[in-house]
Ligand binder design. Sequence first.
Ligand SMILES: [Zn+2]
Length: 311
Amino acid sequence: MGNYIVFDLEWNQGEAPVTRNGKTLAFEIVEIGAVKLNEKREKIGEFSRLIKPQIHRYMHRITGKLIHLSMDDLGNGEIFQVVAGEFLRWCGDDPMFCSWGPLDLTEFQKNLDFFGMPLLSDRPLAFYDVQKLYSLAYDDGRSRRALETAIEELGIEKDIPFHRALADAEYTAKVFSTFNEDILKRVSFDTYVTPKTKKQEIRIVFDNYEKFISREFSCKEDILENREIMSTKCYLCHRNIRKKIKWFTPNGKHYYSVAFCENHGFMKAKVRIKKAEDGNQYVIKTCRFISNEDLEEMIKKQQKAKKRQKP
Ligand SMILES: [Zn+2]
């Protein structure tokens, strides 16, 4: 693996998304800030550039945060193609991207795609969602804090203003460097690029569950008839195990089943059908072992779903 690249983007959404050559862009990146960390997570460099807008000519309120830049500031920047190229060269080979929340890597790839540049990978890309890791390390694993709240909770000095890309990247890097090695096992995957072939599929076992990202299928029926996706295999002993609760769906998007392994107990499988960028469909499947109480809950959930299906 290369260095850790902790980065943050500022983007402008303008009045409406813009379509060119069949590609649509809603959020135009206007600033890239990043901190480079070595394998010990020590800071060894920084990157900060403004980007001259090519799509949106007016500044707009941005996803929850007000951008601290004006169009005049941005006019001094270079265009995205130039800055993104410099940024990627600065990242070096095989970087591991880290960001506060899951959005930045997707938006970065969307901008690369829109401006005709090569994408970062031909399959889902592993990265660290530092906001998620923060919750796993210090909270319940589900809640999501604002970066500033996390900084306050960790007692890190707030010596630079938030909401500029480099500042937010610096703070994110400071949070990232507090995690122990166990937390670093919880990688996330950016699915802007979904697997096209079986070889590109992702299968990863975490401490308490398994995650699988399938290749694309042209329709839902092909997914539901796919033996590999819909079979239940214990992810620890790799044997087919018998279902106790057959596949059911409460909403036509999420499918659940529970199977029993003699060695490991009740295993719940969840299949989520998701839409790929190109309009095809793919699956994120997770398997985890559950308690007897969770099993009771799944039985209730199944009965409710059955009732709903009746005319
Ligand atoms: Zn087993």
